[in-house]
Design a protein around this ligand. Structure first.
Ligand code: G3I
Length: 390
């Protein structure tokens, strides 16, 4: 079921115009969530707000729990945390027969000590480019299906048993659909398993039996920007979700990564106008199949926004506000996680750089740990969202 509230472009722009100036936490108008933390505002709409974090050692300048400036923001604003990298096979599987959880264990201990909930990202990251090298070269032997099943089952069992109820939601499989074709990716693992569908089904069934308490999520980066590749990606994800339902695969939610992108220097309202209709049709189709929604990795790629910082920050905030208003209109949307809270540590700067080579400004806090208009846009979106529990 969808909420009746459908924010128009004009109303979000009007609200966004009341948000605060860069570098302040306050200054916002009525209904913007001024002075309240993101986690409290999210809770009022029946949701949880959180972020990724990284492993780090004291003194290291990273977006980590060991960095007091970063930890202070996490502890103030977030209810749920997810590891940026440390639960991926490239970190936890030094070889086919060994596991190494030292980095994630330290992060999990911090999260538990401070009372955070945890999401598990990810039990399997599907594109071969993100496999550990040994897996790309792995020989699955004379009975590849059996060998691959054993390897995947052992992985899920080991992670789920180690963390038990501390991890309440898993990205069981991440990015299995190839955006260019909409088909499932073809990798050494899917070939060994005799196809992508058997591989995904095995992962979800194993996760359900090993972590029956957990929300099981299929996570991907299809996005609302209009482009042929995005449309093919969306069609492929829908087909995958339909297949899960037909086969009875236990998938609870679609994880929408939400690395939204300002890819042209055009008025935000114009970009939103192009994207909104097709995106709503996609979300409607997903929830009609009975899936919940999770925003798993929210940030804004400001590659094509103007150089001027104030103008850029305004565009980023307005674009985010329009997107979040649409997403928060769905009662099926639960957790909302940012892919980092501070620009200084965001993966976006190194990826797909801006022409002026400046730091990307796609997270709620700037490189000096000051709240930006994006933080206020997120706050205002939660403050004005209908409560998902009526
Ligand atoms: O830690 C090593 C360091 O020792 C080494 O000197 C350095 C040299 O390249 O690399 C460091 O590792 C990097 C790591 O991030 C930690 O900073 C890897 O090269 C780099 O590939 C890795 O990038 C991560 C990327 O996933 C690949 O794992 C990003 O931090 C992370 O934000 C990104 O996250 C993904 C999600 O998992 C899935 N969705 C998309 C999202 C963004 O790409």
């Amino acid at each position: 079921m969808k909420f009746s509230r459908r924010e128009g472009v004009a109303s979000f722009l009007a609200l966004a115009a009341t948000a605060c100036a860069p570098g302040t936490l306050g200054g916002a108008g009525a209904g913007s969530g001024q002075g309240e933390t993101l986690k409290d505002l999210a809770a009022r709409s029946g949701r949880r707000f959180g972020s990724e974090l990284a492993f780090g050692r004291p003194g290291e300048d990273r977006g980590s729990f060991a960095n007091p400036l970063y930890a202070e923001i996490l502890e103030r604003e977030c209810e749920v945390l997810v590891p940026e990298n440390e639960l991926k096979w490239a970190w936890t599987r030094p070889s086919a027969s060994t596991f190494d959880f030292r980095q994630f264990d330290a992060m999990g201990d911090y999260a538990t000590a401070k009372g955070f909930a945890l999401r598990g990202h990810t039990l399997f990251w599907a594109p071969e480019k993100w496999f550990p090298q040994w897996l790309v070269a792995h020989d699955f032997g004379a009975q590849p299906i059996k060998a691959a099943e054993t390897m995947l089952t052992e992985h899920v069992r080991t992670v789920c048993r180690r963390y038990g109820p501390r991890i309440g939601s898993y990205d069981v499989v991440n990015e299995a659909v190839e955006p260019e074709t909409g088909a499932l990716r073809d990798t050494v693992m899917t070939r060994a398993m005799g196809g992508g569908e058997p591989m995904l089904d095995l992962m979800f069934h194993t996760a359900r039996s090993e972590a029956p308490h957990a929300q099981l999520v299929y996570n991907d980066y299809m996005s609302w920007e209009r482009g042929t590749e995005d449309e093919t990606h969306i069609a492929g994800v829908l087909k995958l979700l339909e297949g899960f339902r037909k086969r009875g695969t236990p998938v609870d939610a679609l994880g929408i990564q939400s690395h939204i992108r300002l890819l042209k220097d055009a008025p935000v309202a114009e970009i939103v106008r192009e994207s909104e209709g097709p995106w709503r049709r996609f979300l409607d189709a997903v929830v009609a199949m009975g899936y919940d929604l999770v925003i798993t990795e929210f940030d804004v790629n400001d590659r094509e926004a103007p150089d001027d910082i104030a103008i850029r920050d305004r565009m980023v905030a307005d674009y985010a506000r329009a997107y979040l208003d649409i997403m928060l209109g769905y009662e099926q949307l639960g957790d909302v996680l940012a892919w980092g809270m501070v620009d200084r540590y965001s993966w976006l700067t190194g990826f797909d750089p801006r022409a002026d080579k400046s730091i990307k400004r796609g997270t709620p806090y700037d490189a000096q740990f000051r709240a930006k208009p994006l933080r206020e846009a997120i706050a205002a979106a939660f403050a004005t969202a209908s409560s998902r529990h009526g």
